[in-house]
Design a protein. Structure first.
Length: 280
């Protein structure tokens, strides 16, 4: 009797598909940025260049330009890694954001390119929007999938130190025109952040993806000494994940590292390097 042999990559894929909820193509809410990942993906109220991935309204509160590169390796499997770049540039009427992410390997990969704009309306409220080009490259014979999908958000600061954010991705539940069965998720997020004291920031966020359970995330950032940060986070996803992160700002360069834990699939490391221009 002959036994079927599976190579390690195939075996890992079967394992992931078995333990994770039904996957949707190009999930909108990858933590992207080690700072966010260290806080378990609480992202809607933190203004930086990565707001283009999570809440474009927060771009409006950037005080200067920045450019950032990122790498994360899900469960230490190279085929599950994500590479990303994000940039933000204040302009006369607001802040312009550019971002790009790529995941997968040569025979199958997914990419997302976004152009965002965030604008402040007074000192306590902002709104933003982004247009994304989503692409899935499949093995020969299956063809590529392309779609253009919007997203947007709002950010309010009703009192000193308190922030409330809202974000929605794919509000009209679009799908890939080439394949109606390939889902593009619609996701809503609501977050609250509070600067407890000058060097402590707390955040909590609720996320709801269509046809999936609501997820609650909580994060904590503490500036232990000048320019050196500790971050902790927890998520109530179907399989709970815990995260820890560190950050260091050396003049105009910021180094962030985080690691999250999956109950069955193991660890995921995140590394982000950011250059900040004048004002940041």
């Amino acid at each position: 009797m002959h036994m079927l042999r599976l190579n390690p990559v195939t075996l890992c894929c079967f394992t992931i598909l078995h333990f994770l909820p039904r996957p949707s193509a190009l999930s909108s809410n990858n933590p992207v940025s080690a700072r966010h990942a260290g806080m378990a993906g609480t992202v809607t109220v933190i203004p930086d260049a990565w707001s283009g991935f999570h809440n474009q309204a927060a771009l409006a509160f950037m005080s200067g330009p920045s450019l950032s590169i990122h790498y994360e390796n899900h469960f230490l499997i190279p085929e599950n890694s994500i590479k990303a770049v994000a940039a933000g540039f204040p302009v006369p009427k607001g802040t312009l954001g550019l971002n790009y992410s790529l995941s997968g390997y040569a025979k199958y990969f997914e990419s997302r390119a976004g152009l965002a704009f965030g604008k402040a309306f007074g000192d306590h409220f902002s709104a933003g929007i982004q247009i994304n080009h989503l692409m899935i490259h499949q093995p020969a014979g299956f063809g590529e999938l392309h779609a253009v999908v919007p997203e947007g958000g709002m950010l309010a600061q009703p009192m000193e130190g308190l922030f409330i954010g809202f974000h929605i991705f794919n509000p009209v539940q679009q799908h890939f025109p080439q394949c109606h069965d390939q889902i593009i998720p619609s996701v809503m997020q609501v977050g609250i952040g509070y600067r407890l004291i000058e060097n402590v920031f707390l955040s909590i966020e609720a996320e709801k993806e269509m046809k999936e359970k609501q997820v609650i995330r909580a994060g904590f950032e503490y500036e232990m000494v000048r320019n050196f940060f500790l971050r902790l986070g927890v998520s109530t996803a179907e399989i709970s994940r815990y995260a820890v992160g560190l950050g260091y700002k050396a003049k105009r360069i910021i180094f962030d590292f985080a690691i999250s834990d999956h109950r069955w699939l193991g660890l995921t490391p995140y590394v982000t390097v950011t250059y900040c221009g004048d004002g940041e």
